[in-house]
Design a protein around this ligand. Structure first.
Ligand code: PHE
Length: 522
């Protein structure tokens, strides 16, 4: 039996744990993407659907990940290995299926993809659930490598804002400045490196002093900043048009595609499917109520996402700008919007906004780095500091490669060929490809596997015990000791969601990503 040397660490307080977990959940997705997809998909009507997705799929999965973490007190790979029954047939089923699929691909001339599928399936058969844990940790590392680049841009933009260098009058000027940054590999790599170093320093100091200490400090600061921006934005003349765009329920704008988008975003926003919450859960003392903590995290995450819309849209509409999608909104539209606010304080509003975005990205980055480091600590028996350094160097190296291929593959034509050979096609840049495969494919697949693991493999019987620990029901359950409590309402309904609803819904996200619904939805 291995001695998990990192698991002498614990969160110091419930508040600290909630701040850290909410810090992971609240990220670029909340401030960057959520408001925009709400505006486009039917405003208030979409918000209702999103909240339902959080409740029906997000919360059960989150509770499951926390419980798996706390019960195993191990990193992601160790957790799944430790809790899975010896002869769990799921990995065999999927591994076997994968072998079949790989062979078919080979026969259909998809040589590279076929080989990849075969190798992964073989690993799944050999490692069992440990392989799923590994896939979770792997994707956490890859996601951090490009998340860090955006985090780096935010550091740079905060600096630009406070030196009044973002005082653009036209969106064309702002977007020219942004394109210049994105196509400058040196700058992206340097600032991305600074972002990784910042995360590295926090993880270096450990769970309580580092992650919890920083989260307790910056999360309330973030809440303060967002409130200031919301007030500023809502009190602008003409703000009401933005509110109208953002929140008026337009049920006729709700489409099946929008529902799936809400579902996918709920999943991403809560940081599910990357074993982050398993790792954070593993530092929870036994006397904490997992369900209550998860509810707090989900509520905070949703509130910040909603507030972000209140900070952005009233201002954008009041200044007569057009809301745009993705990076365009943050880096092209908002600096111009803030600059146009009367009172010559554009630099302050932009500066506060970019600090807000930075904090959101930073606490998410910390959770990603911690997930990777925890696995090095447990699997390779490394000391925390060495593990944090090693993870940072590995992730940083990939970050550098991605930095030089944000707008195109020009710097690495070979990479383009490899991606194209394996997947049959490649997007415009390595950055886009990595993002696409991670968020549209690996993340939901991992999420599906984790839901199956908590609902079926480890099983409701064991998980109910873990969930009741630290609650008023703990003793009732332990006294009965016959798992009768699981038949009672709260656990039975949770079990229903994690076993049936969550896997089916996540499977639908995957089908949507694969374009299977395209014909039906259009
Ligand atoms: N939850 C984060 C967001 O809303 C994204 C994220 C996912 C961060 C997974 C870390 C890990 O942006």
């Amino acid at each position: 039996m291995s001695v998990e040397n990192n698991h002498s660490e614990h969160w110091g307080s419930r508040f600290g744990f909630i701040m850290a977990a909410a810090g992971s959940a609240i990220g670029l997705g909340n401030i960057w993407k959520f408001p925009y997809i709400v505006g486009l998909n039917g405003g208030g009507a979409f918000v209702l659907i999103y909240i339902l997705c959080i409740l029906l799929v997000g919360l059960p999965c989150m509770i499951g990940e926390f419980a798996v973490g706390r019960a195993s007190r191990s990193d992601a790979i160790g957790a799944l290995k430790k809790l899975a029954p010896r002869n769990s047939f799921m990995p065999k089923l999927f591994g076997g299926y994968g072998l079949g699929l790989g062979t078919m691909l080979l026969m259909n001339d998809s040589l590279e993809l076929g080989c990849l599928v075969l190798v992964l399936s073989a690993l799944m058969l050999i490692w069992g659930w440990g392989f799923i844990g590994f896939a979770n940790v792997f994707v956490a590392g890859v996601i951090l490598s490009y998340y860090a680049i955006i985090g780096g841009w935010l550091i740079y933009y905060t600096y630009l804002a406070f030196t009044n260098a973002l005082a653009f009058k036209e969106t064309a000027e702002a977007s020219a400045a942004f394109v210049q940054l994105a196509s400058n590999g040196h700058l992206s790599a340097i600032f991305g490196g600074a972002f990784i170093i910042a995360c590295c320093v926090v993880c270096w100091f450990g769970v309580k002093k580092g992650i919890e200490g920083v989260s307790k400090l910056v999360m309330p600061l973030m809440l303060g900043i967002i409130l200031v921006l919301v007030i500023r934005s809502l009190t602008l003349p003409g703000a009401i048009k933005g509110l109208d765009f953002y929140l008026t329920p337009r049920f006729s704008n709700i489409t099946a595609k929008g529902v799936l988008e809400a579902l996918g975003h709920a999943f991403y926003s809560l940081s599910l499917g990357m074993a982050i919450l398993i790792v954070y859960g593993s530092y929870l003392p036994k006397n904490r109520d997992i369900v209550k903590s998860a509810c707090y995290v989900a509520v905070l995450d949703t509130c910040i996402a909603l507030f972000a819309g209140f900070a952005i849209f009233p201002a954008v509409f009041a200044m007569g700008m057009n809301p745009a999608a993705g990076p365009g909104l943050i880096f092209n539209i908002l600096p111009v919007t803030f600059n146009a606010i009367p009172g010559n304080l554009g630099w302050l509003w932009s500066g506060l906004f970019f600090i807000l975005m930075f904090i959101a990205a930073f606490t998410s980055g910390i959770s990603l780095l911690e997930t990777v480091s925890a696995s090095f600590i447990s699997r390779l028996r490394m000391k925390r500091r060495a593990a944090v350094l090693l993870s940072s160097v590995l992730i940083g190296s990939l970050m550098v490669v991605i930095s030089y291929s944000i707008v195109s593959y020009n710097a690495f034509p070979k990479l383009h060929d490899i991606i194209k050979e394996i997947f049959g096609s490649a997007k415009g840049s390595f950055f886009d490809d990595v993002d696409f495969y991670c968020s549209s494919w690996i993340l939901p697949m991992n999420g599906l596997a984790l839901a199956i693991f908590s609902g079926w493999t480890w099983g409701v019987k064991h998980i109910s015990r873990e969930i009741y620990r630290g609650t008023k029901l703990e003793h009732v359950e332990l006294d009965l000791n016959k798992h009768r409590m699981i038949l009672q309402f709260p656990m039975a309904s949770w079990a229903f969601f994690i076993r049936f609803i969550a896997p089916v819904m996540i499977f639908m996200i995957l089908c949507y990503g694969a374009g299977l619904f395209k014909k039906i939805l259009n």
